[in-house]
Design a protein around this ligand. Structure first.
Ligand code: PGA
Length: 252
């Protein structure tokens, strides 16, 4: 039985004060909720303050990215040790916005996942096709390439520590959610892919999240799908009531 995981990706939103306000509201509602694993991923600048608030709760902390070098002359990057210092246990890797706006390739994503694993984080590895790719019937091909690239050289024991998020790019921030069926089709492909490249027990333990315009209103139908184990939530994670409802609706 895979426990649902709901992760909030705050993206480039929230100053420290705003982040503290939001996470304090989440803590009031969710501090002892244990039917789902809950993760919040604030911007780097607010990690430390948010961690202080959620330290003794079921809400875990994640970073939105990490760099694959341990230290050095890499202006503007943040190392695994730095985010660990702030209390992070998870790291989002390969988000489509990183790929699109910051030129992250599958090879870079792969290096980031490897470092994240070495440093004991749970990587939330994102894959997903663009609208053009979907319309050209390339969805499966694209996901296959992203899985091959992102997971290159990973062993079964590594896969057991990874969470995969399927996020169709056309559904991110657009209000257009993939239908539960469209999402399930890709989730099933991902699970089969892991089964073929690793083992069926590894595939059956892997958590695969859906991301793209998830709201309190659509999470239940998404979670009814056999291969959807949770969600990576952007916009709706910025509002405490909305995120709390998504978390609560994910497990019943
Ligand atoms: P959204 O973003 O929920 O605002 O569509 C999801 C994501 O980018 O992780």
């Amino acid at each position: 039985m895979r426990k649902p995981l709901i992760a909030g990706n705050w993206k480039m939103h929230k100053t420290i004060n705003e982040a503290v306000e939001l996470v304090s509201a989440l803590k009031r509602e969710l501090f002892d909720f244990n039917q789902a694993d809950i993760v919040v991923c604030p911007p780097f600048t607010a990690l430390d303050n948010v961690h202080e608030i959620i330290m003794d709760t079921n809400i875990k902390l994640g970073a939105q990215n990490l760099f694959y070098q341990k230290q050095g002359a890499f202006t503007g990057e943040v190392s695994p040790a730095m985010i660990k210092d702030c209390g992070c246990e998870y790291a989002i890797i390969g988000h489509s916005e990183r790929r699109k706006y910051f030129g992250e390739t599958d090879t870079m994503v792969n290096k980031r996942i490897q470092v994240a694993l070495e440093e004991g984080f749970t990587p939330i590895f994102c894959v997903g096709e663009t609208l053009e790719e979907r319309e050209n019937n390339k969805t499966i091909e694209v996901i296959d390439i992203q899985l091959k690239g992102g997971l290159e050289n990973m062993k079964e024991e590594d896969i057991l520590k990874i969470v995969i998020a399927y996020e169709p790019v056309w559904a991110i921030g657009t209000g257009k959610t993939a239908t539960p069926r469209q999402a399930e089709e890709v989730h099933m492909f991902i699970r089969k892919w892991i089964e073929e490249h690793y083992s069926s027990s590894c595939a059956s333990m892997l958590r695969i999240l859906y991301g793209g315009s998830v709201k309190a209103e659509n999470i239940k139908d998404l979670m009814k799908q056999e291969n959807i184990d949770g969600a990576l939530v952007g916009g709706a994670s910025l509002n405490a009531d909305a995120f709390v409802s998504i978390v609560k609706n994910s497990s019943n």
